[in-house]
Design a protein around this ligand. Structure first.
Ligand code: SF4
Ligand code: SF4
Length: 455
């Protein structure tokens, strides 16, 4: 068993509702709404207009900055609008709305390379870039940048099969149903980085997934090995996974590449395989739909841009008394005020709750038990960061390294007083960001004034 990392918690995994259910293809929706921001970086610019006919895999949004990934049509049909629509990150986002004609016509631009195994690393990176692949575990960082910036520096490539958040089982089902794609994608990553072997980290509550991967590795004599990991949240966070697999620790404020590691999610690895062997860009996503408010929880594969309400309908609908919707897992997901938001490349889970999960306390008081400190995998002091944020002590908050907080929610989970810790740290980071922006603007204004005086 691989070595673990500091801290973490072990919440009930709640995966039994869906971990034995095969991935179902969702009946194609009548309409998809595809947001122009599905990656870290500036939103894409739409390159289609209302009235255009589009086909599956056709480019509809192109990046506007260095950090970005193109966006493609997920159904064939007619563009009926290009306008801001509700979006899972809050507010509205420019979106391309496509009326599905049900023909699933494939774009002529979707072409399989003649001989994928003869491609150079540079050619493979270009294919990954054009396919719009991003971190599909939720991070949504453009994959081609992670690869190209890591070539020559990275000596350890890790596939993230931890899937440590409760309820989510899409990666587990992918291991069972599509192990060839994972191992094929891992082999391409090994070639791109020039490493002998790729490490696949999987928590031990997915033993049949580990077996499925090992079977394909043996059959294909693939350059990969599976490491069983002790179940511990947040094992799937990049830095913790690096430590669990290699024993090396990513320094504060640094990325895994600082210790020679690059981490890719299971479904990102499959997307790499499909892009290199079929020329297929990212147009679909596997989503776990679960929680006490869902009548028949499932794993569904749907076109990007499918309204979340369609997913719930395909699961028999929501129970009376459903009071909370979360996109993502219960530890790190984002609460949604409506099911009228679309599935994006980073959407891996939709939860609905109708039971007694909500244990919110209106005016929580810290009892200084120190548990939050003992579970923080980033070695932070959540109780102090909470006080600094609440009292606007922003210099102290920065010195407490709030920017290293990855908002994993382990401290909130363990806190017996039900303090709103993680939520407070999001606010603290925003305050700190606003303070820095104001300081920068003031410094620039002063410099401009000084230059004017000298002139
Ligand atoms: S776990 Fe909660 S109650 Fe305990 S010290 Fe941390 S914030 Fe305070
Ligand atoms: S949310 Fe932040 S402070 Fe809390 S345990 Fe996770 S990394 Fe530590």
């Amino acid at each position: 068993m691989a070595q673990a990392f500091f801290g973490g918690v072990h919440p009930g995994d709640m995966k039994a509702a869906t971990n034995e259910k095969a991935i179902e293809q969702l009946a194609p929706p009548a309409q998809v709404v595809i947001p122009m921001s599905q990656h870290i970086g500036k939103p894409c610019r739409p390159v289609v207009a209302a009235g255009d006919h589009v086909k599956v895999g056709q480019l509809i949004g192109e990046p506007t900055g260095f950090v970005g990934a193109p966006i493609h049509a997920s159904v064939s049909g007619t563009v009926t609008a290009v306008e801001p629509r509700p979006y899972s990150m809050g507010g509205n986002m420019m979106s391309v709305v496509i009326e599905n004609d049900g023909k699933e016509e494939l774009s002529e631009t979707v072409k399989a390379p003649e001989n994928p195994d003869s491609l150079t690393p540079e050619q493979m990176v270009e294919i990954v870039k054009n396919a719009g692949i991003v971190g599909m575990g939720g991070a949504t960082f453009p994959t081609h940048i992670k690869i190209s910036s890591g070539i020559g520096k990275v000596n350890t490539v890790i596939i993230n099969g931890a899937e440590c958040e409760p309820y989510i089982t899409g990666d587990h089902r992918t291991m069972l149903e599509r192990p060839e794609q994972i191992i094929g994608g891992a082999a391409y990553l090994a070639r791109m980085f020039g490493v002998d072997k790729v490490h696949i980290g999987v928590e031990l509550n997915k033993q049949n997934g580990i077996d499925a991967l090992n079977r394909v590795i043996a059959e294909k004599k693939a350059p990969a090995e599976v490491l069983g990991l002790r179940c511990r949240y947040p094992q799937g966070a990049e830095k913790q996974l690096c430590q669990a697999v290699t024993g090396r620790q990513v320094p504060p404020g640094e990325l895994p590449s600082a210790i020679g590691c690059a981490v890719f999610n299971i479904n990102t690895t499959c997307a790499i395989f499909r892009a290199i062997t079929q020329g297929m860009p990212v147009v679909k996503k596997v989503v776990t739909v679960s929680g006490s408010g869902v009548i028949d929880p499932k794993n569904l594969e749907c076109p990007i841009g499918t309204p979340v309400s369609n997913l719930f309908d395909a699961c028999g609908g929501l129970k009376d008394g459903t009071y909370k919707l979360i996109m993502g897992g219960p530890m790190m997901g984002l609460a949604q005020y409506t099911a009228d938001v679309p599935v994006g490349k980073g959407t891996g889970c939709m939860l609905a709750f109708a039971g007694d999960e909500d244990q919110t306390v209106e005016h929580p008081q810290c009892i200084r038990c120190g548990r939050c400190v003992s579970v923080c995998p980033m070695h932070l002091e959540p109780l102090m960061m909470y006080q600094y944020t609440a009292k606007d002590m922003l210099d102290e908050l920065e010195d407490a390294h709030v920017m290293d907080c990855m908002e994993c929610g382990a401290c909130t989970y363990i806190c017996p007083a039900r303090m709103h810790l993680t939520q407070m740290f999001k606010v603290g980071k925003q305050k700190l960001g606003a303070k820095k922006a104001a300081e920068k603007a003031a410094a620039e204004a002063k410099r401009a004034a000084d230059e004017k005086k000298e002139a």
